[in-house]
Design a protein around this ligand. Structure first.
Ligand code: PEP
Length: 256
């Protein structure tokens, strides 16, 4: 099966609304023509609505960077899948390593968020990945498997096939140290093998697994050449529309 590539930008807490709108315009102008790739941008929460409006005439998706699993309630400072769906979000990034390490995100909560997002027609982009200490201790696959199992525990095969996974080795995020394409492929293949144990062949084949961690225009093509790498979750390089477009256009024979 050929899986349609998906490239998403995680803007984190980096841009004002004005800056985000300008970047969204740049992404739309440069990326909307690449019809063979799903393109998603991930602005800060207060910029979601205006950016969704700005991108309304384009195929570009818009992701929130986190959510709560409840529909509504006394959860000060949180955003619910109901609220995100109402403004037109298409995707939500959950389980990002910054949420896990800095804000106490647990494996179990990631699973509840994935469940709730599917209940409201939103696509989770589920981040999983090991720290440097875990890699050096030889526990990469155990960690990633534990995170994966919890994230998909409440999903059926159909929901799983629509879920996007992002393998992001924590040691490669924002460090300039990319996993080699072979290192990434090894983990992606192990993730797909685990999916095969947990879900049917159809869902296993359909799930798109992004790689994330210092993805740049110069390394995207080698990563995308790997059989189980179906896209990228991009942090730093997504903050410039030109570099993001060069990543999105990885299939084109352009000078990078
Ligand atoms: C990320 O935070 O998801 C990420 C991959 O960041 P960067 O591309 O900057 O390493």
């Amino acid at each position: 099966m050929t899986r349609r590539p998906i490239i998403a930008g995680n803007w984190k807490m980096n841009l004002t609304v004005t800056e985000g709108l300008a970047l969204a315009r740049g992404v739309r102008d440069r990326c909307a023509r690449f019809r063979g790739v799903d393109v998603v941008v991930g602005p800060a929460a207060m910029a979601l609505h205006p950016i969704i409006e700005r991108l309304a005439d384009s195929p570009i998706g818009v992701a929130a960077q986190n959510c709560h699993w409840a529909d509504k309630g006394a959860f000060t400072g949180e955003l619910s899948p109901v609220q995100l769906a109402e403004v037109g979000c298409t995707h939500v990034i959950i389980g990002h390593s910054e949420r896990r390490t800095l804000f106490g995100e647990t494996d179990e909560n990631v699973g509840k968020k994935a469940r709730s997002l599917h209940d409201h027609g939103l696509i989770p982009i589920v981040c999983i990945g090991e720290t440097l200490a875990e890699r050096e201790a030889g526990t990469t696959l155990a960690v990633v498997t534990r995170q994966l199992d919890a994230a998909i525990a409440l999903l059926d095969g159909d929901e799983l096939s629509r879920t996007v996974l992002a393998y992001e080795p924590v040691w490669a995020i924002g460090t300039g140290k990319t996993a080699t394409p072979e290192q990434a492929q090894d983990v992606h293949a192990a993730i797909r093998a685990r999916l095969a144990e947990k879900a049917g062949a159809e869902a296993t084949e359909a799930v798109r697994i992004q790689y994330g961690g210092s993805v740049k225009p110069t390394n995207i093509r080698a990563l995308m050449a790997q059989p189980d790498i179906d896209g990228a979750l991009v942090g730093g390089a997504s903050l410039d529309s030109d570099s993001f477009a060069r990543i999105v256009s990885f299939e084109e024979d352009v000078d990078r």
